[in-house]
Write a protein that binds this ligand. Structure first.
Ligand code: PGA
Length: 255
């Protein structure tokens, strides 16, 4: 039986001005559940991360702060990039890696995703690895099933001993920024395919410890049902995470 603690993360993308960031933190102060029941995170633009970490500590808000992207080198001549070592140094908890918007608009590949995943793990950060691959054609009951390419290639270099710290966010390309999420059947099927892929790449024991989030048009209206699915252990929320009330309602659905 799994003892995976649900993980709900807001992905603010390139939204919010600094005053709105502070207002949001104040709005959720004292309203988040016990982190032993649900872990909560927010991924924001790099310029806000240091202050978000400091304020959430000061205000005693049990929220983890995540980057939305990270470079693979700890230091060096990479103008405009953010080092995973620098994120760890300011107590950021992790980073989204390979979000579909980055794969599509900024040409990220499974190769660069792999480098970034090992770089985050090396620095003690949690990688939220976003998977946009169509899982509907895979059969998790097939003994000879090949793992999803984004997992087989993207996570090939990961040390088995550290793999359980990875989080997978299943975000089908067509559901991101859309008007509705896929059916519960599609999401549950994808969750099984992803866990089977992880078991093939690592071991069943490791796969059973890895949390799989769903993302893509998750809202307060559909979050409870999605979170009730056996292989789904949390949400990666875009638009609905920008409003404190909607975000809190979805966080509470994870209890
Ligand atoms: P959405 O975005 O919830 O606005 O569809 C999700 C995401 O891109 O992480």
């Amino acid at each position: 039986m799994s003892e995976r603690v649900p993980l709900v993360i807001g992905n603010w993308k390139t939204n919010k001005k600094v005053a709105e960031v502070y207002d949001f933190l104040q709005e959720i102060q004292g309203k988040l559940p016990d982190p032993k029941k649900v872990e909560v995170g927010i991924a924001a633009q790099d310029i806000y991360l240091h202050e978000m970490v400091k304020r959430s500590k000061e205000l005693d808000i049990p929220v983890s702060v995540f980057a939305e992207n990270v470079h693979w080198a700890d230091e060096g001549s990479y103008t405009g990039e953010t080092s995973p070592a620098a994120l760890a140094d300011i107590d950021v908890s992790g980073s989204i890696v390979g979000h579909y918007e980055r794969r599509k608009m900024f040409k990220e590949t499974n190769g660069s995703v792999g480098l970034k995943v090992t770089a985050t793990l090396r620095n003690g950060l949690v990688p939220i690895v976003a998977i946009a691959e169509d899982a509907t054609h895979y059969n998790p009951d097939d003994e000879d099933m090949a793992p999803l390419t984004e997992i087989a290639v993207g996570l090939a270099g990961v040390d088995k001993a550290k793999a359980e710290n990875i989080v997978i966010a299943y975000e089908p390309a067509w559901a991101i920024g859309a008007s509705e999420a896929p059916s519960l059947e599609i999401i549950e099927h994808a969750g099984k395919v992803i866990r089977k892929s992880l078991a093939i790449l690592f071991t069943q024991e490791v796969a059973d410890k890895i949390r799989i989030q769903y993302g893509g048009s998750a809202t307060p209206e559909n979050s409870k049902e999605i979170l009730g699915l056996e292989d789904i252990d949390g949400l990666l929320i875009g638009r609905a995470s920008l409003e404190p009330a909607a975000f809190l309602s979805m966080v509470n659905d994870a209890i």
